[in-house]
Design a protein around this ligand. Sequence first.
Ligand code: FAD
Length: 480
Amino acid sequence: MVEDSFGPATEAGIGNWDIETDVFVVGFGAAGTCAAWSAATAGAEVLVAERAGAGGGAAAMSEGIIYLGGGTPVQRACGFEDSVEEMFAYMTAACGPHPDKPRIEKYCASSLEHFDWLVERGVVFDPSFCRETSMAPTGEEGLVFSGGEDAYPFNEIARPAPRGHLAKTRGSTGWLLMECLVRSAKEAGVVVETDLMVTTLIVASDGTVVGALARRYGDTVSVRARKAVVLTAGGFVFNDEMLARHCPPLLKGTFKVGTEGDDGRGIMMAQAVGAAVKNMYAGEVALPWIPPRRLIEGIIVNGRGQRFINEDTYIGRIGQAALYDHDGVAFLLVDEKAYTENWMGLKASWVCETIPELEQEIGLPEGSLETTIALYNRHATGNADPVFHKAPEFVRPLEPPVGAVNLSVGPAPYAPFTLGGLDTDLDCRVLDLSGEPIPNLFAAGRCAVGVCSFGYASGMSIGDSTMFGRIAGRVAATGT
Ligand SMILES: Cc1cc2nc3c(=O)[nH]c(=O)nc-3n(C[C@H](O)[C@H](O)[C@H](O)COP(=O)(O)OP(=O)(O)OC[C@H]3O[C@@H](n4cnc5c(N)ncnc54)[C@H](O)[C@@H]3O)c2cc1C
C-alpha cells in the first residue's frame, strides 16, 4: 500500500540539494540497469536509487526469458529461420488488440543488435532448443517457443520461430541475466544507492523535472538531476487499489508476479506531474498447466462446459482468456491416454466412467459438456479442430473414462503482472495528456507502456524493459 503524497515537490521549496547528478535512475532492475549503463556510457554522471537492499528487481527472480528474433545466432544454430518482418507480423498479431506498430517495429528492428549487446555484457546463450516448455527449461537450453508462435492463428500469420532466449543455466535464469547487467552498469561507473525509495518528483516553475525526493530509514533526501530523471520502478501488480481502478481482473490472481516495489509509485509520481498512462487494463496471466505437452490432447472448458481457446497456444494466452473473459473458471478434460500429473503436481479432481457423470460431478449445466465433447469428437476422428484450430498432432477423440483437472483460480495458480504504464514516445520521453514530452522525464520497463497493448508472450517484458531502458538512458544523457 502506498502511503505518502505523490507530489510533485517544487524546486523553489528545496533549500540545499543533498545529492546532485546528471541522470537520476529510479530502480535498478531490468530497465534501470540498462538505462544506467547507457547513460553512463554516453558520458553522463549517473546515480541510481534502488528501494531494495540490492539491485535486480523482479527480473532477478524471473524465469529470465528474453523475447528476441529476426535470425539470432541461437535461432540459426537451432535450425530456425526468422526475419525482422516475420517477427513483426507475429508481434502485431499477438500483442494487440490495437498493437503499437511503431514501437513493435523499433523492437523488431533492434532485436539482433540487442542480442549482441547482451552477449557483450557477458550473457551466454546456449545454442540449443527445448520443445517441451514455454517457460524456463529444466536443462540449459537457450531457446523456447514462448508465445504460441507455432499455434493458431499465429502459425498462419508468420513463419513459426521460437524467440524465447535464456541465459545458460538450469531452471530460472533471471538471476544470471541480472548479475551480468548489474555488473556491467557498475563497471560503466554508475553509482547505486540501495535502500533509497524515491517518492516524489521535483519540478521547476516551468514544469521541467529537475530531481526527486527519496526516503531512507525515515530521512528525506533530495536529488538534483541536471539532465534527466529516468523512471524504471516496475509496474503496479502489488497495488490492489490501482488494480481495482485500472485492471480488476488481476485482483483474482493467486501469485503476484513481481516484487513489493511493483506498487505503482513510479507511475503515480509521474501522473502527479501531468503524465498520461496507457494500456492500464492489460496484464500477463501465466497459467502454468503444462508441461508435459501430452496434456494438450485434452480440452479446456469454462464454467458453461464450453471450449474457448486452442489448447496448444501459449499458457499466458490461456490464462489471460480464462481470467479476463471466463471469471477464472476453467477445467481441463482428459481421457486416460492424455492424463498425467502436470509439472507442478496438478491432478485430476474428478474421474468418471461417463461424460454426463463428469458434467454432474463438476457442476456444469446439464448437457453442456456432452455437447462440447460430441462436437469435438465428431471432428477429432479426422484429427481436425475446425472450431479452435488446435494442431492435428494433439487432436483425437476423447474416450471415457474421463477426468477433469480443476484449472480455476484457487486450485490452479494464476500468476499476473501489469503491462500498462506511463505513455512515452519511442525515445522513452514521458508524455503528458496532450501528447507533449514532459521536459527531462523518461520511463521504461513496466512503469511505462511497452510492446504489449494487451497480448503478451514470455520474454517480452524483460525484452522491452532492457531494450527501451537502453534507449531511455542514452536519450536522457545526450538528448538524442
Ligand atoms: C517469477 C517471475 C518470473 C518472470 N519471468 C519472466 C520471463 O521469463 N520473461 C519476462 O520477460 N518477464 C518475466 N517476468 C517479469 C519481469 O521480471 C518483469 O516484468 C521485469 O523485470 C520488469 O522490468 P522493470 O525494470 O520494469 O522492473 P524490475 O525488474 O522489477 O525493476 C524495478 C526496480 O525498481 C525498484 N523500485 C521500485 N519502486 C522504486 C522506488 N520508488 N524507488 C527506488 N526503487 C524502486 C524495485 O525495487 C526494482 O528493483 C517474471 C517475473 C517474475 C517475478
